[in-house]
Design a protein around this ligand. Sequence first.
Ligand code: HAM
Length: 421
Amino acid sequence: MATNTKFQAIRGTRDLLPPETALWNRVEQTAHAVFSTYGFGEIRVPIFEQTDLFARSIGFDTDVVSKEMYSFADRDETSVSLRPEATASVCRAYIEHGMHALPAPVKLYYLGPMFRRERPQKGRYRQFYQIGAEVLGGSDAPAIDAEVIEMVMAFFAKLGLEGAKLDLNSIGCRDCRPKYVELLRAELSKVKEKLGPDSQRRIETNPLRVLDSKLESEQGIIATLPRIAAHLCDPCAAHYTAVKHNLVLRGVAYHENWRLVRGLDYYMRTTFEIIAPGLGSQNAVCGGGRYDGLVELLGGHPTKGIGFAIGEDRLILSLQESGKAPAAHGRDVYIAWMGEKTYPTAVRAARALRGAGFAVELPAVEQKFGKALGHADKLGARYALILGEDEVASGQWTLKTLADGTQAKFTEAELLQYLRR
Ligand code: HAM
């Protein structure tokens, strides 16, 4: 490789820069605050795990596992993968740490990067960030499903996200779904010739995924297919009805979408997705559902489970598009010091102001007055503290309000008091 090669971030990955990172921090701090009011504790799981953990949990035939994972052989030849999601890891950790012995249900949340080798576009990246939560153990009471959804909506409301729409479905259980899938397969086989190659293949591998198709030419056919709601077993139908009732009780509006099947294999019963405005085609800002068999599948006790993951990149995009992003963070005070002798005072003033919680810019090199004020302006500073030799000698410091150009004199103690107001 030539020595003058310019390095670039890998396709589908990106740098998050200030001031945007301030919004990321606000979103994450809000997640910590809101989720803890619902009794959730944070879990941090590794960025990579054994490939088999994801393959078994998410399903071998899913797009995520068959096409999108970043997998590689570790030096001891074990196949490991960058995590494409975190539900599998959380279940692995639940088993590994014997969390079934904790008071049920165990409520955990996480945030961090996930990796999927998808085709990058607006709102779709190869390294993206999720904020997710899982409820494990205890009962499968429909109130749990509803409360988890309520929590996402409360989080979005706290952030000022407007126009989020909840889609809801039930995809049945091990008893009723296979019968429905067979029925669907039979119906799809009759119209096979009219379907595209992806859907034709899915008639065999995973007919439910045909319902997910966005192909214009398939929409008319899909509309005529049997719907799962009419084929749920009694316990699943009762569960679904109760989830809806519990959402109404909580004032959470939903839209039933019988075609919402989700792209990961571990789901059963409740599935949901939340769509946010301003995102274009990648408009699902959150996806989740119930996965009662997953812990057992991974070698644990039979365990109820439900959770969701929010796409943080998309959440941020939607907040930005709706003008909910906070203004760029400037500086509270810019210290314009002039003359070698004033520098020790400037350093002390900077430390005192920062100690009191103010954002302070202390230029490392002396600048001419006009240039210093120009610099302060560019940084979005509210005030310039002017420290010339006169100010330092008299102990009367000059504070200039940059918005209107007014000036006032303060002693050090008065200045802190004034700024605190
Ligand atoms: P998922 O639907 O695959 O579910 O992903 C959840 C959310 O992550 C999506 O709705 C989307 O906002 C975001 N997301 C997914 N892929 C990308 C991407 N390539 N670029 C940007 N954002 C993306 C899960 O991952 C499940 N683990 C959710 C869950 C938790 N179910 C139960 N518990």
